[in-house]
Design a protein. Structure first.
Length: 308
């Protein structure tokens, strides 16, 4: 049975993609990784990720475009702040029988793709690993889903963050996606888009409606650590970040909703992975020159690809 990791990226988040890929490959040299292009501007990140990190590009790019456009058009132009987030739904139709999806604003701290996460798919059909549900339904649903009996309170306890999750190939069909999105489009009052989220409310609705065998790893025996970089209770112990609520080291760190830049939470952690095995630049240099540097790299890669 094939297992693997999907990520989405474009050249704009090339540094984040490198940090994520370096962290994965540090602990796991073998698990296949497939890049789903976030948009058409992905040549530089594709060149670097395939050359240095063994990443493959999702083969059927026309399918990704068709799928994302049809999902987008169900709601209409201008409804979503970031409609390209829906391109990650190509995960359901790629080559992996079991897969994990990971956002690029994440770094991992162990062999999380296999040892800590993906094996749970032997017993469940959908897995996640976060404490999104502890914040209630905010950033996902409004109270109307309770008032209209769309979901029970127990079901709402399975709300998850869309940045790290796993499932199985074809468990959600194209028809199911379109039908689910159409249901959501007919009831926009059910969803909390106040923080400009795009795919998370809709995908939560789809999963809660169509995949009953769900499991959040934070509910495993013995508990599990948090992962959000904005959490205030984490503690440093040497090179590890500890969640004192369960007395366990974090297995991954997610900068969801946080701009990764000098001064952000755990900047040193992200910077460590981004420049692993490279000279470590100063924060001042990064702030002033990094964007121009990557613009030159992207231009060079595009020129090289264009001449082939």
């Amino acid at each position: 049975m094939s297992r693997g990791i999907y990520i989405t990226a474009n050249d704009r988040v090339i540094d984040q993609a490198i940090a994520l890929l370096k962290s994965i490959r540090l602990y796991d040299a073998d698990t296949p990784i497939i890049l789903i292009p976030y948009d058409d501007n992905y040549q530089a990140v594709a060149q670097i990720s395939t050359t240095y990190y063994g990443v493959e590009i999702y083969q059927d790019l026309q399918f990704i475009d068709r799928l994302s456009h049809q999902l987008y058009e169900i709601f209409g132009e201008g409804f979503f702040a970031r409609p390209n987030q829906f391109r990650k739904q190509a995960c359901w139709f790629g080559p992996f029988e079991q897969f994990i999806y990971i956002d690029t604003d994440i770094v991992v701290f162990n062999q999380i793709a296999i040892a800590a996460t993906i094996n749970y798919l032997n017993n469940y059909d959908f897995i996640c690993y976060d404490y999104q549900h502890k914040g209630g339904i905010t950033n996902v649903f409004t109270s109307r889903v309770i008032e209209d009996n769309v979901f029970t309170l127990d079901e709402l306890g399975d709300i998850f963050n869309g940045g790290f999750w796993g499932s199985k190939k074809q468990l959600i069909s194209e028809e199911t996606l379109y039908k689910s999105f159409a249901e959501c489009a007919s009831h926009p009052e059910y969803f909390d888009f106040s923080q400009k989220t795009s795919d998370q409310p809709i995908i939560n609705y789809t999963i809660l409606k169509h995949i009953p065998r769900r499991f959040n790893l934070v509910r495993r025996a013995g508990g599990a650590p948090g992962s959000w970089a904005g959490s205030k209770h984490f503690q440093r112990q040497g090179s590890q970040i500890i969640d004192p609520k369960v007395n366990q080291p974090l297995e991954y760190l997610h900068w969801a909703g946080i701009r990764i830049q000098p001064g952000c939470p755990y900047w040193d952690i992200w910077k460590h992975y981004r420049y692993l095995n490279e000279p470590l630049p100063s924060d001042k240099l990064l702030t002033q020159q990094d964007q121009r540097l990557w613009q030159r790299i992207r231009a060079k890669v595009k020129r090289t690809l264009g001449s082939e």
